[in-house]
Design a binder for this molecule. Sequence first.
Ligand code: SF4
Ligand code: SF4
Length: 513
Amino acid sequence: MIPMLKISGANSFKIKDSLVLSRHSIVSEDANRQFQCDCACEGGLERNLAGFTVRQMLPESKPRKLAQLFSYNLEQKILYYNPQFDAGTVILDQTADVILQALDGESTLTELHKNILELDATANFEDVANLVRSFEFNGLATLDETKSSPRFAPLKKLGVWMHVTNQCNLRCTYCYLGKTSEQMSFETGQKVLLELFESAAKQGMSELSLKFAGGEALLEWDLAQALNSWARTEAARRGMLVESILLSNGTTITAERARQLKEHNFQVAISLDGLGTANDVQRPFINGRGSSRYVERGMLLLQEYGVPFNVSVVVTAQNLAHLPQLAEFLLNRVQPIPFTLSFFRDNPLAENGLTVDNPALIEGLRKLYAKIEEILASHAPTFSFLDTLLDRVQLSQPHQHACGAGVNYVVVKHTGEISTCQMLLHKPVGKIGEGKDLVQLIRAKGQNPLPAHQKEGCSSCQWRYVCAGGCPIVTLRTSGRYDTRSPYCDTYFTLIPEVLRLEALRLMRVAGI
Ligand code: SF4
Ligand code: SF4
């Protein structure tokens, strides 16, 4: 059977000039950077091994366009996105799209080529094969239907929250931590790390992602730095890797700290919720004064010393309306600053009135997205928006859980007690020195980390592998259940296409289209 090629009127049809644009087409250091969120969630660590190794295209190959593709018309192009694959947004021009639509799984490449020749007499078989190969590489088509749904590789990375101090110089309105002046001792940190290395190795993991946090981790910088250096030496001895992350409010960064952060290979997540008073009302110092200008000074120092960092924003009823100005400040600069948005997670210590309902969230975030689109007209950042603009939604690669809680994430309190999430520091599931395998401990005692396909409402959702049902603690606190969809589902479902659209626009601007 010969596939029908449908082209509209006056379009020129030259297969050699066709466009398939994805993040894989643009070489950039930033393109695949993983950004850190304020709550140290460890989502997106499960790699997709969907078997999409690009196979040889033979004359008798019968490629098929995948059924699960999301598509959207955008400025004479077509945006495609496969939520079960890790290519991100893929942009086709009309020529490439005509070919993709013709891949019906029944026609051979030879038949397809023959038909294309009627529209483009210069097309040779290799041109057609190359185009179909790039569809397969970007998760749009397959030669093997049995491998078109995601299969997840064993987890290789263990996320660790190292709660080096319980003190903080700020008093944020939404903070879940009961602050004290206690801190972790070096000996406790060392014992924890040893147990974590042992446990990770037993579970077949080869990397520790160490998040030094608190409280304000920079108040215990010497300890964090010493533990980090020790962990890196120990990891090298064991043939393992360490990724070093510092979560900070940014107020105490000096030139010397920035230099040391760079020297010791730290990535930093800086909390900032808005410009000026928009930040200060929810992130004041203990004495009530605003913190924003100190944070801005800290960010400039990190940029000056070349420390990779992103801003982590908590979205509340207080700052939602001010997010467009923050985006303008962060993105409209010579070196744009990436930022991630996390929705406020209610907790017993937070002030009242910070939660935003879905209609208000959707409206507020749409205003932010409109501002980002306006900025993109003149200025396209090289970092991706796929994992940053919609709370726990991570569009860069499929994953089964919204975060690593109860899966591959261990929270260590300054006392050596172990929890499954930093919001559950007050509910430890064990302690170091008890002879227990820490990863097994959080898996056995953690509260039911259900994958999205087992959650009510999510199991057949097209976004289950990118949203994964949202933060399980928020869901539990709102509905009393873990096994159901997020209370923010309406926001996720409505806005995922809009984030994909922004990312596609960004890619097109970066590529000069
Ligand atoms: S349970 Fe929620 S707050 Fe805790 S790590 Fe996961 S997403 Fe973050
Ligand atoms: S929370 Fe909603 S958007 Fe997310 S996977 Fe579940 S049903 Fe889909």
